[in-house]
Ligand binder design. Structure first.
Ligand SMILES: N[C@@H](CCC(=O)N[C@@H](CS)C(=O)NCC(=O)O)C(=O)O
Length: 334
């Protein structure tokens, strides 16, 4: 774990001293957008037109933010247009590494780099900041388009429609307000909430995070008892953004991050959504529990000093879900 300062790698753990024991995730810095014609997007610069084979995605199978991008890539049928490199599951003193010595880890077929920070330096030799996944890389301009998953899934959702993406709009304009309204607590209290609980270095910081987390899960459970998805019966990015945390919850967060008031298995509706999305085409193949469990249990020595991987729960994500009882699935534009 570390970061780049003016282009130099420094091995440092998250600073929670200056924030009273609270874990704060930093803002992503590369915020350009791939768009249909290369026009500028909501942030950053233009010049990144959608083209088959031009962009490359660096992910970790362990990381919930990278996982969003992988699933949206599958939903939109972008596998043949955007290739993927997968980092090694352990993130230690060199940060994410492009090693091949773990099943599923690909190394770096593009440049043969062995650390992800070297890719950041290729984009900006004086970069200061964290070296995170996912990274959307432009092979033509040899730079990072974006390292913000929330933006990357929106690019995948629509920018490639003219170059052969599968139909389906998971961020339809008339639902955006409702999607944002649910994304916000899901991000703060659930996706990031588990990290705030797990990386807290003070009792109060932990208590606040874990209470907000379970309060929000209780609300989401109730909401999913009334509608099939988070926004009515339409499958949207909001469901995907919640799902990448749900799939890691019982196997990791319950024990490793001390999120142990309830398991997802104790919530019938959240469990149903977890299984339903897992069973959608292309999704199960994006879930690599060995990467997930090895990453968390072995990459956080301050949380789990001996790196012992817990035995884990029995879980059958292929078991029937009962979400059909709430109405038919709607996907916009299909
Ligand atoms: N806002 C970013 C966050 C990505 C993120 O924090 N990824 C984690 C892995 S789950 C990471 O690479 N952390 C490395 C670090 O913080 O040094 C996004 O959603 O893309």
């Amino acid at each position: 774990m570390g970061l780049l300062v003016e282009g130099q790698w420094q091995d440092k753990w998250y600073d929670t001293k200056s924030t009273g024991g609270h874990f704060k995730r930093s803002e992503s810095q590369f915020r350009n957008w791939v768009t249909a014609e290369g026009e500028a997007g909501p942030t950053g610069e233009g010049g990144f037109p959608a083209e088959s084979g031009r962009y490359h995605l660096y992910v970790s199978y362990a990381c919930p933010w990278a996982h969003r991008a992988l699933v949206m890539r599958a939903w939109k049928g972008l596998e043949k247009h955007i290739d993927v490199s997968v980092v090694h599951p352990l993130m230690l003193e060199h940060g994410w590494e492009l090693r091949e010595d773990f099943p599923g880890a690909t190394g770096d077929p593009l440049y043969g780099l062995d650390k992800l920070y070297q890719l950041y330096l290729k984009a900006d030799g004086k970069y200061t900041g964290r070296v995170t996944v996912p990274v959307l890389w432009d092979k033509q301009r040899e730079t990072i388009v974006s390292n913000e998953s929330a933006d990357i899934i929106r690019m995948f959702n629509s920018a490639f429609d003219g170059v052969g993406a599968r139909p389906g709009d998971y961020y339809p304009s008339d639902l955006r307000e409702q999607i944002e309204a649910v994304n916000s607590p899901v991000y703060e209290k659930v996706n990031n909430g588990v990290y705030k609980a797990g990386f807290a270095t003070g009792q109060q910081a932990y208590d606040e995070a874990v209470q907000a987390l379970f309060g929000t899960l209780d609300e989401l459970e109730e909401r999913l008892g009334k509608s099939r998805y988070l926004v009515g019966n339409t499958l949207t990015e909001a469901d995907l953004r919640l799902w990448t945390t749900l799939v890691r919850f019982d196997p990791v967060y319950v024990t490793h991050f001390k999120c142990d008031r309830r398991r997802i298995a104790d919530y019938p509706n959240l469990s149903g959504l977890l299984r339903e999305l897992y069973q959608l085409p292309g999704v199960a193949g994006s879930v690599d529990m060995d990467h997930i469990r090895n990453h968390y249990f072995r990459s956080h020595p301050t949380v789990n000093p001996h790196g012992i991987i817990s035995i884990g729960p029995e879980q059958d994500l292929s078991a029937a879900h009962d979400r059909d009882r709430l109405g038919e699935r709607e996907i916009r534009g299909v």
